[in-house]
Design a protein around this ligand. Structure first.
Ligand code: HAM
Length: 421
């Protein structure tokens, strides 16, 4: 083999593509029901957009971005789409024509991470962003939609974890508390967290290393340091979730990996996944629009990893049957004016498809036996055999593959026969 796809990047082949279409279809229908509208932003953006938007010290920006330089441009493959959506809204003045923008997207993202089960370098997200309001009802709308989507797919074993990171002021206060509390235990942290202490303090809280977990469990949570407004906001969200019968756990250690988050953050994990158990993550980002030069405006959203979702759906056998049987396979009976008959098969297929018949034919000039094998392989419900005489008569032999019954038929009558019209 001369060429292979690059590490951590995969082909999605038929029939698996039908699983993708299924999930995308359920998402589109539900997101539209909630009055979100689709946005498609470019896959390449200025690298600066994410460096600024996600935070210089995040893992994504420090280690995982695919960056290319072309002339004076420093561009990258998007590692996520929230920053892109904010940019697109501002660039196209969408915030001026609507006070709230409810947008969703489906597409590939790129992060140069170490590939493992549930983690690839090109992966796909389904996401929503709701921009324009600081009101906590937005958090409820977004979280409810996330839960409803997984509910629609009948996924069990999911857990919603929520936390509040407060606003900038709360975080500054908490940063000091954290710094002081961790100062004496620095020696017990893993090497990465020792580094994080100086440049990415909050990420220490969700380190998975046992030694760090032991230290972290004695650290006061951010909840005690939320100011009145942030405290009330979080309270509103938690009460709202209860009223909507959405089960959740408050996890004071949930900090999320991107710097733009403020106040409510959430993650949904699934016990059917391995180490990479986060199927979906999101939260508020009330400063990002302003940071990108727009007005002061609240926003919240989430993104779900489609690969991880499909892993869960596959394990739980929740994916619908992939291939639908072909309605008709058209065979050319070998004989005198073979060339003409073969041309006829394509012509008949062309005609019948115009009438909505899902059909196919032989393209390899094969024997009758091989053509019948092909029909079986496609699970064809009917087979139409045409021969030289069919060219003039416009008639052929139709065989019902389930009953074995075979009879002569006018080709014009086939749609009626197959579709039962
Ligand atoms: P994120 O947590 O970085 O958030 O990614 C969201 C989801 O994408 C994860 O929960 C996971 O399912 C999937 N994912 C991330 N990285 C990979 C990977 N390397 N391989 C496979 N799946 C992956 C965001 O991207 C935010 N933009 C979400 C958001 C939207 N927050 C507000 N609005």
């Amino acid at each position: 083999m001369k060429y292979r796809s690059i590490t951590g990047v995969h082909d999605i082949l038929p029939p698996d593509t039908y699983d993708w279409q299924f999930v995308e279809q359920v998402a589109r229908e539900l997101f539209e029901l909630y009055n979100f509208r689709e946005i498609r932003t470019p896959i390449i953006e200025s690298a600066d957009l994410f460096e600024r938007g996600l935070g210089e010290v995040t893992d994504v920006v420090q280690k995982e971005m695919y960056i290319m330089e072309k002339g004076d441009d420093r561009i990258c493959l998007r590692p996520e789409a929230t920053a892109s959506v904010v940019r697109a809204m501002l660039q196209n003045n969408m915030h001026k024509t609507a006070s709230i923008n409810k947008l969703y997207y489906i597409g590939p993202m790129f992060r140069h991470e170490r590939p493992q089960a549930g983690r690839t370098r090109q992966f796909h997200q389904l996401g929503v962003e709701m921009l324009g309001s600081l009101d906590p009802t937005v958090d409820l709308e977004v979280i409810a939609l996330a839960m409803e989507f997984l509910g629609k797919l009948n996924i069990g074993g999911v857990k919603l974890k929520v936390n509040s990171l407060g606003c900038r002021n709360c975080r500054e206060k908490y940063r000091e508390v954290l710094r002081r509390s961790l100062n004496n235990s620095l020696g017990r942290l893993c090497e990465t967290c020792k580094e994080r202490y100086n440049r990415n303090l909050f990420r220490i809280l969700d380190c998975k290393e046992q030694q760090c977990r032991a230290v972290i469990q004695n650290i006061p949570g951010i909840q005690d340091y939320l100011d009145e407004d942030c405290g009330q906001h979080f309270d509103f969200v938690l009460r709202g979730l209860k009223k909507m019968n959405i089960e959740y756990d408050v996890n004071p250690l949930l900090v999320r990996g991107l710097d733009y988050y403020t106040r409510t953050v959430f993650e949904i994990t699934c016990d059917k996944l391995g180490a990479q158990d986060a199927i979906l993550g999101g939260g508020r980002y009330d400063n990002l629009v302003e940071e990108f030069g727009g007005p002061d405006m609240g926003a919240s959203g989430f993104a779900l990893g489609i690969e991880r979702l499909l892993m869960v759906l596959g394990k739980l056998e929740l994916l619908p049957k992939k291939e639908k049987p072909l309605q008709l396979f058209i065979c050319a009976a070998p004989g005198g004016a073979e060339v003409k008959t073969r041309r006829l098969t394509v012509r008949v297929a062309y005609r019948l498809r115009k009438k909505g018949i899902y059909c196919d034919t032989d393209f390899e000039n094969r024997s009758m036996k091989a053509q019948m094998r092909a029909a079986n392989k496609f699970n064809a419900q009917f087979v139409l055999i045409v021969n030289d005489a069919s060219i003039r008569s416009d008639r052929g032999e139709l065989k019902n593959m389930a009953t074995g019954e075979q009879f002569e038929i006018d080709i014009n009558d086939i749609p009626k026969k197959i579709l039962g019209e």
